[in-house]
Design a protein. Structure first.
Length: 999
């Protein structure tokens, strides 16, 4: 102990001295020493003293590359500010790549997972990209797991490779302590290229970088242009305008900096008229500037971004309503004012717009609340913003959180304030509406930068640095301030036709509001989603109005830009939000208007029109004959189809290339049921997406539809690879559970047990899949092993390798003569405990030779096993045989009517038979599924959990939807992996894995 007391202070001093001087820590050692890798391999090559790690993830599996848990650097991460690296997707394709870190910072956030998006499906491949990550500022904090994290500290890349042979390369990776701090672009004063158009046709972009010496000692700083630009001539000068007035522009500048002193670097990028003429629309160059202290040249601060060819001055700026259509509407308003005004909902629009004309704008509403599409209680706006009044008590509040939220709702999508000003002005050309809208925008120009930042999911009682998802006026920027300001951006486009919209007014609004607001939205890379689509919508409109090509380039051509997100749509119409149709159409509702604006503006860009049309038609091809789509992912109450209000916009974009789109129109000129012509009775394989649909029957009363979903896990999906669903005879038998957070309110009946709501989640136990060792599946991508469509039967077979390390799940589904056969085989490198799970709506009954014994304790304490309702152990004589009765799965009103008339509903049931290669432990329990048939959210779903332990297990399952009398009398095994089904007429149905696998 004495020796320890003597040596410990020396050790600590030594360690602190090392940390104090080690500003730069390259990652360049042996992969085996540096990394721990799952589902992949990594190699190191060194060329010109630059280390490159070649990471080869296994296709279809979640692969992780993380700093080794035993590496000393892991415990020193909190002493570094920045993680810098170059990367490229050298071959193949990835769904996404992220960096996640836990325990790398001190303070209140040390137990929060930090996440940064590195690459997505549309990130350009085979080119190098640079990432400089502020370790204290993640994009966001992922949702916390109630069951905890998998370690005290980690620093890991994760990726999901879509194709075999995928390789990612990470080059020049290093951790920095920042001896020189570079202000982030989005922190005021904003760093953004401001365009000057010269009379001679040349162009100049100017912007300013801000740096601070944080090294602890005076030093000289050198800034230099390190990009090789062919078109833009990029030069620098240091100091403010007064200090640098006599400086010549140069590609490198050096200046002294005292400790903690700050300085500015002005960047001037010139583009000649001749060079601009040789470029295409939105062509750009990447500019890179490095700034380093002479005392620490190994640790430079790096700025990089794109500069874009300026826009044509001939573009149409008012794109909310096509000019010809607007002229026609104005003419109709003069000729038939009452009829046309009613059609356009003008009385309400004018009422709201006129109320705003009488409103005094005192200051911007201060509120960090999410836009909820509804007022708070009885609070309503007065004629002074941001004052509100309680209509019941008469109490008023000015500038409070409630006042701010109320005004945000009023001006946003719920109250239609900005929308009403916009449309009132466009329809009437009354300049009073335009002038009031400009007054509101000038208020933003004065005050927007002063609003405080808010962080969604911040650690309680913490006030740390605002993260990249932070917002000034909402929970976050990715689904808050973009959503709130959508109607503002449309309003700005409409104002461009007003005489009050002068260059001076536009310039004030651009510098005071548009640039900082746009920077707020663009400060991190998001995913392919409706949230990003809203951001692209706003950024595009602002770029178009304010002649900012860099904004438009970002909105259309960054990794998640509109045109790149369209490249994400497969030929069969699926996208990264294509599984849950609610989000698929939700995204389309955001990106289709922007595409119409692109077309109306006259921008010369290429739009993938055929895939776009398929995206609108795809949900019809997935639906049953009664318009139901099996629930999948975060789909709220469930999924149905009908006429689509987006069809008109789609037809404006794609023209006459896809005439069947007309069936989906929602218009008085189209019959209400015309959309049913798009529904299908035949099986369909969405091979690019990885979804097979088996069908029989050509009416609602006879159709049976089963699906096998083995493809890519997309945004808002669940952990449900090889998911099985079943719809038949106009009812939902089994499907995904739906979701709770977007289920809405009203028009539904609550579940019978509080635990049922827990199953409306992405957890694997809530799906019809197989779990390994009671763990949720890992995100994975399966492959098709077989597909067939013959006169009397159809089938699909798939294989998923990534749901758990070293485990492969094969599933085949066949539909023949109204009988569904499902073959499951799961195989691991080592023995595991496997849970085969099946949920079905209706009333559950065991066969006479089976009994249920209630369990005294849960099957597990995590991953929803502890939420199972009425779990019981089932015992009986093989095969397992049970029935679900769905006859009374009707809405309360229909049930009430039947009971009043003392009439029983038509019987609809499901019989299940099952064999297994092993002596199962078989359990029953009740889980929850959102059920549109009963409007119970969630409804009780009696479920089976068949558990077996070994390296490999098979289950052979027969499902028979029937109405009066079942036809299956028994089952037996066939071959090494198959089943024979005996029917009442003496016939049999037999299938084996080898007969349904042909790929």
């Amino acid at each position: 102990m004495y020796l320890l007391k003597k040596l410990l202070p020396l050790y600590l001093v030594s360690t602190l001295n090392v940390l104090a001087t080690n500003y730069f820590q390259p990652l360049n050692t042996s992969p085996a020493e540096l990394f721990k890798i799952d589902n992949g391999s990594v190699e190191l090559s060194i060329d010109n003293n630059i280390a490159t790690y070649r990471w080869s993830p296994e296709a279809g599996k979640t692969s992780t590359l993380e700093l080794h848990p035993d590496h000393p650097l892991l415990q020193r991460l909190r002493y570094f500010d920045t993680f810098s690296f170059d990367f490229r997707i050298a071959s193949g394709e990835v769904s996404d790549t992220s960096l996640l870190a836990l325990g790398h910072v001190s303070g209140a956030r040390q137990f929060r997972v930090h996440q940064w998006q590195v690459a997505i499906l549309t990130t350009p491949t085979k080119v190098w990209h640079h990432r400089s990550i502020d370790l204290a500022r993640p994009n966001w904090f992922p949702w916390d797991s109630a069951d905890g994290t998998d370690g005290n500290c980690y620093f890991r890349f994760t990726t999901l490779a879509l194709t075999p042979g995928t390789t990612l390369e990470i080059r020049a990776a290093a951790l920095y302590r920042a001896p020189l701090r570079l202000k982030a672009d989005f922190i005021p004063p904003d760093t953004w290229p401001i365009l000057t158009r010269h009379p001679d046709g040349n162009f100049t972009y100017n912007f300013t970088l801000h740096v601070q010496n944080a090294s602890g000692a005076p030093a000289n700083a050198t800034a230099k242009v390190t990009s090789s630009n062919r078109c833009f001539d990029v030069r620098l000068k240091s100091g403010n305008d007064e200090e640098s007035a006599d400086q010549d522009l140069a590609t490198s500048v050096t200046f002294p900096l005292k400790h903690v002193a700050r300085n500015t670097i002005t960047v001037v990028a010139q583009l000649s008229a001749r060079q601009a003429a040789s470029w295409g629309e939105l062509d750009s160059e990447e500019v890179r500037i490095e700034i380093a202290l002479d005392s620490h040249p190994e640790a430079p601060a790096v700025w990089q971004g794109f500069l874009t060819k300026p826009l044509s001055t001939k573009l149409q700026r008012q794109v909310i309503i096509p000019v010809a259509e607007l002229d026609s509407l104005r003419k109709e308003l003069k000729e038939t004012p009452e009829t046309t005004a009613k059609m356009l909902n003008m009385p309400r629009l004018i009422k709201i717009a006129d109320d705003l004309l009488q409103t005094e704008f005192l200051c911007l509403p201060r509120s960090s609340a999410h836009v909820r599409n509804g007022y708070v209680g009885n609070w309503r706006p007065t004629n002074r913003m941001p004052e509100v009044v309680n209509t019941e008590t008469g109490e008023t509040q000015l500038g409070t959180e409630i006042a701010g939220r109320t005004w945000k709702e009023y001006l946003g999508q719920f109250g239609k304030g900005c929308h009403s000003l916009t449309m009132a002005y466009l329809y009437t050309q009354n300049e009073a509406y335009a002038e009031k809208a400009i007054e509101l925008l000038l208020l933003h120009a004065r005050e927007f930068k002063e609003l405080p930042w808010t962080i969604q999911s911040e650690t309680p009682w913490s006030q740390g640095d605002y993260i990249l998802g932070a917002s000034r006026l909402a929970w976050n920027s990715s689904y808050g301030s973009n959503w709130y300001y959508k109607d503002y951006c449309r309003m700005i486009s409409a104002l461009t036709t007003s005489p009050a919209w002068t260059p001076e007014v536009a310039h004030k609004i651009y510098l005071g509001f548009v640039v900082p607001y746009a920077q707020e939205l663009m400060k991190f890379r998001g995913g392919l989603s409706n949230m990003t689509d809203i951001t692209n919508h706003n950024i595009f409109l602002l770029g178009l109005v304010f002649d900012d090509a860099n904004l438009i380039r970002w909105a259309l051509l960054n990794d998640t830009g509109l045109l790149n997100r369209l490249a994400d749509i497969t030929p069969d119409g699926f996208s990264s939000e294509g599984r849950p149709v609610s989000y698929h159409y939700g995204a389309m509702a955001e990106y289709l208007p922007t595409l119409t604006y692109v077309v109306r503006s006259g921008l010369n860009v290429t739009i993938p029109r055929q895939n776009l049309a398929e995206a609108l038609l795809m949900p019809y091809r997935r639906a049953s004959l009664w318009g139901r789509i099996p629930s999948t992912g975060d789909c709220g109450r469930g999924l149905s189809i009908g006429s689509n209000p987006l069809t008109a916009q789609m037809m404006e974009i794609v023209g006459d290339s896809t005439p069947e789109l007309a069936y989906a129109l929602r218009s008085p000129s189209v019959a209400p049921d015309e959309w049913r012509k798009l529904l299908e009775t035949k099986p369909r394989l969405f091979e690019a997406a990885g979804l097979a649909i088996l069908r029989s029957g050509d009416t609602t009363d006879t159709q049976i539809m089963a699906t096998l979903d083995y493809g890519r896990n997309v945004f808002h999906s669940h952990l449900d690879r090889n998911q099985f669903t079943l719809l038949a005879f106009g009812k939902s038998f089994t499907m995904g559970p739906g979701s709770g957070y977007n289920v809405g309110s009203g028009g539904m009946v609550a579940g019978e047990h509080p635990n049922l709501s827990a199953f409306r989640s992405n957890a694997s136990l809530a799906q019809n899949v197989i779990l390994v060792d009671t763990r949720n599946q890992e995100p994975a991508i399966g492959k098709l092993r077989g597909w067939g469509n013959e006169k009397d039967r159809c089938w699909a077979a798939s294989e998923v390798n990534g749901i758990h390390p070293g485990v492969t799940h094969e599933r085949g589904v066949m539909l023949q003569d109204g009988i569904i056969i499902m073959l499951d085989r799961i195989t691991g490198d080592t023995p595991h405990t496997y849970d085969w799970v099946y949920h079905n709506l209706g009333t559950f009954t065991l066969a006479d030779n089976w009994t249920a014994t209630p369990l005294e304790k849960p099957l597990a304490e995590h991953n929803l096993y502890d939420k199972l309702v009425n779990p019981a152990r089932l015992t009986g004589t093989t095969p397992l045989h049970a029935t679900w009765d769905l006859s009374w799965n009707l809405t309360p009103n229909i049930i009430k009517d039947l009971q009043k008339r003392e009439v029983a509903p038509s019987p609809i049931k499901l019989a299940l038979w099952q064999l297994s290669s092993h002596a199962n432990e078989i359990y029953s329990a009740v889980t929850g599924i959102n059920n549109q048939d009963t409007i119970r959210m969630p409804d009780s779903a009696p479920s089976l959990i068949c558990r077996a332990s070994d390296k490999s297990v098979t289950w052979l399952t027969v499902l028979e939807p029937y109405k009066e009398v079942p036809r299956v009398t028994g089952v037996e095994t066939s071959g090494s992996f198959g089943i024979k089904v005996h029917l009442t007429n003496g016939k049999t149905i037999t299938t084996e894995w080898s007969k349904i696998t042909n790929r």
